[in-house]
Write a protein that binds this ligand. Structure first.
Ligand code: XMP
Length: 512
C-alpha cells in the first residue's frame, strides 16, 4: 500500500478535495479517505499527519460520523477542521452546542496564543472563513483555546497529544492566512518532506507502466479531452508503439476535432491512432430522436459498441488504458453521502464481461490541475491542455431536439467562431466553459432584400470552480458584438443569436 504523508478523513465537507489540493501544492502527497476507514488501514499508510475535514452533521445527531479514538494514541499530529473540531471536542469530553445563529462568511480571528506552532508568522488579527451551525461551548480535556472570534472559540490545541483544531476553514482562499496555517501544520508540526512533484510523478509512473505492461500491448480510447490525452502521452512515453489509441469520430464533435487530434498526437507525437469515422452510424441511430436522455443513451451505447468492435481487432492487447483521475475514484462522503458504497473502479466504457483486459490508469492519483501540469511537462501543446470540458455526448446535447448532420455542421461553425474569438480576446482561460447551443426554433430575419427563416442559437459561457454551481460570465459588450457579427454573417443557417444569462442552479450548464 502506497505511503501517504497527509491523510484527510472525509466527514462530508464540500471542501475536502480542496484540503488535499492545498497540501499537494506544498509538495506533499495527500489523499482523502472516508471517515470510516479502519484504523489499521490508515496506519498502514504511515501518515505523518491527519486532517479531519468539516462536514454537515451535528456530533450529537443519531448516526453522526465519528472515528476510533485510538487514532489519537499513535503520536500522529491531527488537525480537526470545523466538524473535525467539534468531533475532537466531543470525543475528549467537551461540549458542542447549536449556535444562536449559523455563522457563514468571513470573521475576524484573534489569536490568543501567538507562539502556537500553527500560528507562526501569522498576524494576530486575520480574516478567516466560517461555515457552521454548531460550535464548541466547553473545550475538551487536555485542550486549551488559542484563538477566538466575536462569536466562538475558534482554535484549540492539545499539546500533549499534538492535536489542533480550527472552527474555521483554512483551506478556502477567503481565509487570508489559511494556506500558511495549513503549511505550518504539514511542514512544521507533521514534518512532512516535500517530495510530491509532477516530474517525480512522471518518472516513477513511466517506470511503473513499463514494469506492469512488460512487452504486452495496450489500447486506449482517446477522446481529445485532457485526461485521455495526457494518459495516452504518458503511456506512449513509457512503452511507445505497444500503445494503440482508438479515436471515435461520432459526428458530434467540435469543428476539426479529428484533424487536430491526429495532427497533435499522430503526426507530432508519433502515436499509433486508429481513427474511426462513425458519423453515419451515430446519426442514423439518432434520427428523429429528440428526448435528451434517450439521445444520451443512444450515443453512450453506440460509443461502447464502436469502441468494442475496434478493440476486438487488437486481439493481442492485454491492457485497456483509461484517463481516470483522482476525483473520479475518491470515495467522497460529501458527494455520495455517508452511506457511500465503494466503487471498485471507474470503468467509463462499461466493457462487456468477455473483454478480459487489465486496466491501466496512470492518472488515478492526480487532480485535474496536476494532470494538466503532467501534460505540459510532456510537451502537449497549450491549446490541448487548457481546454474546457466537453461532454461525452458532445454536440448531441447542444443541438436541442432532433439531430441532423446539417444542424451539427451549423453548430460546429458557430461554436468554432465563439471559441476562436474568446481565445483572441484572451478570455478563453478566464471562463470555465463556453460553447454555442443550437435551438429548435427558427426565426424570421432579412438578408439583402430577402426574408430568411433560420435557426436561433445561444452563446453560453460560465464561470465555476467545481461545475456543481456556476455563474454566467460577464463578457464585454464589444466582444459580444464581434462574436455576433461574425456568427450571423459567416454561419449560414443562423440568423439570430442570444446570450444565456442563467446561473446554476436553477439552470444547468448544458441546455439538455
Ligand atoms: P450540467 O449541464 O449538468 O453540466 O450543469 C455540468 C458539467 O457536466 C458536463 N456534462 C456532461 N458530461 N456527459 C458528460 O460527459 C454528459 O452527459 C454531460 N452532461 C453535462 C457539462 O458539460 C458540464 O461541464
Amino acid at each position: 500500500m502506497k505511503e501517504c504523508s497527509i491523510i484527510i478523513l472525509d466527514f462530508g465537507s464540500q471542501y475536502n478535495q480542496l484540503i488535499a489540493r492545498r497540501v499537494r501544492e506544498m509538495g506533499v502527497y495527500a489523499e482523502v479517505v472516508p471517515f470510516y476507514e479502519p484504523l489499521d488501514k490508515i496506519l498502514a499508510r504511515k501518515p505523518k499527519g491527519i486532517i479531519l475535514s468539516g462536514g454537515p452533521a451535528s456530533v450529537y445527531a443519531e448516526g453522526a460520523p465519528t472515528l476510533d479514538k485510538a487514532l489519537f494514541d499513535h503520536g500522529i499530529p491531527v488537525l480537526g477542521l470545523c466538524y473535525g473540531m467539534q468531533l475532537v471536542t466531543h470525543l475528549f469530553g467537551g461540549e458542542v452546542a447549536r449556535a444562536d445563529k449559523q455563522e457563514f462568511g468571513k470573521a475576524e480571528l484573534i489569536i490568543d496564543e501567538k507562539d502556537a506552532a500553527l500560528f507562526q508568522n501569522i498576524p494576530n488579527n486575520t480574516k478567516v472563513w466560517m461555515s457552521h451551525g454548531d460550535h464548541v461551548t466547553r473545550i475538551g480535556e487536555g485542550f486549551h483555546a488559542i484563538a477566538h472570534t466575536d462569536s466562538c472559540i475558534a482554535a484549540v490545541v492539545n499539546p500533549e497529544k499534538n492535536i489542533y483544531a480550527f472552527q474555521f476553514h483554512p483551506e478556502v482562499t477567503h481565509s487570508e492566512h489559511g494556506r500558511d496555517m495549513l503549511q505550518n501544520f504539514v511542514l512544521e508540526v507533521a514534518k512532512c518532506e516535500k517530495n510530491w512533484s509532477m516530474d517525480n510523478y512522471i518518472e516513477s509512473t513511466i517506470k511503473a507502466i513499463q514494469e506492469k505492461v512488460g512487452d504486452k500491448k495496450v489500447i486506449l480510447g482517446l477522446s481529445g479531452g485532457v485526461d485521455s490525452s495526457v494518459a495516452a502521452t504518458l503511456i506512449h512515453r513509457a512503452i511507445g508503439d505497444q500503445l494503440t489509441c482508438i479515436f471515435v469520430d461520432t459526428g458530434l464533435l467540435r469543428k476539426n476535432e479529428a484533424k487536430t487530434v491526429m495532427e497533435v498526437y499522430s503526426e507530432n507525437f508519433h502515436m499509433n491512432i486508429k481513427c474511426v469515422d462513425a458519423e453515419e452510424r451515430f446519426l442514423s441511430k439518432l434520427k428523429g430522436v429528440s428526448d435528451p436522455e434517450q439521445k444520451r443513451k443512444i450515443i453512450g451505447k453506440e460509443f461502447i459498441e464502436v469502441f468494442n468492435e475496434e478493440a476486438k481487432k487488437f486481439e493481442d492487447a492485454e491492457f485497456l488504458a483509461q484517463g481516470t483521475i483522482y476525483p473520479d475514484v475518491i470515495e467522497s462522503v460529501s458527494v455520495k453521502g455517508p452511506s457511500v458504497t465503494i466503487k471498485s473502479h471507474h470503468n467509463v466504457g462499461g466493457l462487456p464481461e468477455d473483454m478480459k483486459f487489465q486496466l491501466l490508469e496512470p492518472l488515478r492519483e492526480l487532480f485535474k490541475d496536476e494532470v494538466r501540469e503532467v501534460g505540459r511537462q510532456l510537451g502537449i501543446p497549450h491549446h490541448m491542455i487548457d481546454r474546457h470540458p466537453f461532454p461525452g455526448p458532445g454536440l448531441g446535447v447542444r443541438i436541442l431536439g432532433d439531430i441532423t448532420k446539417e444542424k451539427a455542421d451549423i453548430l460546429r461553425e458557430a461554436d468554432d467562431i465563439f471559441i476562436e474569438e474568446l481565445r483572441k480576446a484572451d478570455l478563453y482561460g478566464k471562463v470555465s466553459q463556453a460553447f454555442v447551443v443550437l435551438l429548435p426554433v427558427q426565426s424570421v430575419g432579412v438578408m439583402g432584400d430577402e426574408r430568411t427563416y433560420e435557426y436561433v442559437a445561444s452563446l453560453r459561457s460560465v464561470n465555476t470552480i467545481d461545475f456543481m454551481t456556476a455563474t454566467w460570465s460577464h463578457l464585454p459588450f464589444d466582444f459580444m458584438e464581434r462574436v455576433s457579427n461574425r456568427i450571423l454573417n459567416e454561419v449560414k443557417g443562423i440568423n439570430r443569436l442570444t446570450y444565456d444569462i442563467s446561473s446554476k442552479p436553477p439552470a444547468t450548464i448544458e441546455w439538455e
